[in-house]
Design a protein around this ligand. Sequence first.
Ligand code: AMP
Length: 280
Amino acid sequence: MQVFEQENELKEFLKKARQEGQSIGFVPTMGALHEGHLSLVRAAKSENDLVVCSIFVNPIQFTNAEDLEKYPNLLTEDKQKLKQEACDVLFCPTKEQVYKEKPIINFHFEGLDQVMEGRMRPGHFSGVAVVVSKLFNIVQPNKAYFGQKDLQQFAIIARLIKDLSFDITLRMQPIVREEDGLAMSSRNMRLSDTEREIAPKIYEALVLAEKYWNQGASLNEIKTQVALYLQKYRIIKLEYFEIVHADYLTDVEENLRHKPIAFCIAAQVGNIRLLDNIII
Ligand code: AMP
């Protein structure tokens, strides 16, 4: 695996690959890689000649200083995992290389960034859009791979690609879970033993919601049942549970239940904020 820290060296390398007619698949990450990330790398390997993974903890998308400070840095282990997947290229630039100057550009995604994560973390998706645009311009991939785990991020990147005419095919990969259902996340390693034991209740609440949905329960009834289910666990604080159209993130109306529909949840388990969703 070729490792690049310098943007220009990576660009030079990829230019040659493109001239040789190789297709490029791109997997952007913030590191502390787990099976979820590796599933994206595998998907990229299966559809492209060359796979580029980036590891960059993007400071401008964090709205909580402690979260940024505590974000795990496991570059040595990550390199090993990527090598095992036969990833071709790793791009791991420093903050200073990515942001030679603090960007003054701001993105707004009408509606898409006003709900769920956007409401809880103002400015987060603008920061995501800035770094993803930069990385797209540097790597110029044919295909880019993102997880369903961050469904709202996916919807926003889909609009970014459309509105800015990036010539990139976007691919979504399903959520990879632990055996007990907990969605894999780099944040899981910060859970205490007790928190880790309780955390799968978040997924169980989504499964419960789907069961009520299939029984024809009203949207309010489903929301109430999810809240009641999680209330039993005092270390879980439900931030939101939303039933939205999976592509547009607009509220589903009682009498217009067109699929695909997503059940999205965010909850604090102790001090750790976890996200999960299912699409039906
Ligand atoms: P992150 O490093 O958290 O920015 O995530 C990088 C990419 O991996 C994003 O596209 C995420 O949606 C995706 N991802 C994170 N966790 C999972 C998971 N459990 N299953 C599938 N994809 C995931």
